[in-house]
Design a protein around this ligand. Structure first.
Ligand code: BJW
Ligand code: ZN
Length: 249
């Protein structure tokens, strides 16, 4: 990491009074959760667009549940990493902080972040396709085709698939935090999936400084004031520690 670039990022973050952060799968990669569009491919050769859609679930619910049950099992074995903890530390040091995550793994909350908006849902929750009831099912194994305990209809993961609307309430909060922040961080996302990725441009339009952390350049790099290329787990602890120190120094 170029020390002068890191210092630019620290200078951008340290004076901020209101910070909003958008995270994606890259922040959880070093906890052992594969990303969606990584070099190793996705799951059993499927692309996300083939298993994370209402059409795929209607066509082959067993296949889709197989995928989500696999991820639930994996998630039961992983822990937040230093990047998740660094963001929790940053939140504790700032008057206003909102963590908007596309991840459904719940690792930000587990690391101690409090003001978390999960715009694509949560893997530990299920929702009934019949009566719409939502149930928390953390860390338990589910049957191949789980059924609603109220009405007996098929349950689905309570996540947002392609072509589905994000929760209006959660999205409104994400937009408000993005419009109000003076520093917007975008971490570990390919910035390809909308409307979440569009928050980067919204932040910019409202005058926020944009700071990106990713292994490589993304569409968000075009609007970022500073892009730090490397692993979130290696960059964030140092960046946050220095910004907090400079803030109080
Ligand atoms: C590291 C790292 C390390 C790795 N350190 N970095 C505008 C334009 C074009 C299309 C659309 C548009 N608006 C809407 C659309 C359609 C669609 C869409 O965006 N399609 C695009 C793909 C083209 N969007 C939707 O359908 C959304 N709904 C919607 O718009 O509703 C309105 C509507 C309804 C009906 C009709 C029309 C409109 C819903 C999107 C839902 C996305 N759902 C998923 C699955 C969630 C559940 C689950 O987890 O199974 O969300 S798909 C998947 O992608 C998941 C992720 O949250 C999301 C984003 O992926 P993410 O997090 O960016 O991961 P990767 O793998 O892509 O990137 C990882 C990054 O990390 C990489 O950059 C690495 O370099 C980096 N990295 N290791 C730092 N150690
Ligand atoms: Zn039901």
């Amino acid at each position: 990491m170029d020390p002068s670039l890191l210092q630019c990022a620290v200078d951008l973050l340290a004076p901020a009074e209101s910070v909003a952060v958008l995270t994606g799968a890259g922040i959880s990669a070093e906890s052992g959760i594969p990303t969606f569009r990584g070099p190793d491919g996705f799951w059993k050769g499927f692309r996300p667009e083939e298993v994370a859609t209402p059409e795929a679930f209607a066509r082959d619910p067993k296949l889709v549940w197989d995928f989500y049950n696999y991820r639930r099992r994996l998630l039961g074995q992983v822990q937040p990493n230093a990047a998740h903890y660094a963001l929790a530390r940053l939140e504790a040091a700032l008057p206003e902080f909102t963590l908007i995550t596309q991840n459904v793994d719940g690792l930000h909350r587990l690391a101690g972040s409090r003001n978390v908006l999960e715009v694509h849902g949560n893997l530990w929750r299920v929702r009934c396709t019949g009566c719409g009831a939502v149930f928390d099912k953390p860390r338990v194994s589910l049957p191949e085709l789980p059924a609603c305990e109220r009405c007996g209809k098929l349950l689905r993961p309570d996540v947002v698939w392609f072509g589905e609307m994000l929760s209006e309430a959660v999205w409104a909060e994400a937009m408000a935090a993005t419009g109000a922040c003076d520093c917007f961080m975008v971490i570990g996302t390919s910035a390809l999936v909308h409307p979440a990725a569009g928050l980067v441009w919204t932040a910019r339009q409202h005058g926020a400084r944009v700071l990106e952390v990713n292994l490589e350049a993304t569409p968000a790099s075009e609007v970022a004031d500073v892009s730090l290329y490397g692993k979130a787990r290696e960059i964030l602890p140092d960046l946050v520690a220095r910004a907090i120190e400079q803030r109080h120094g």
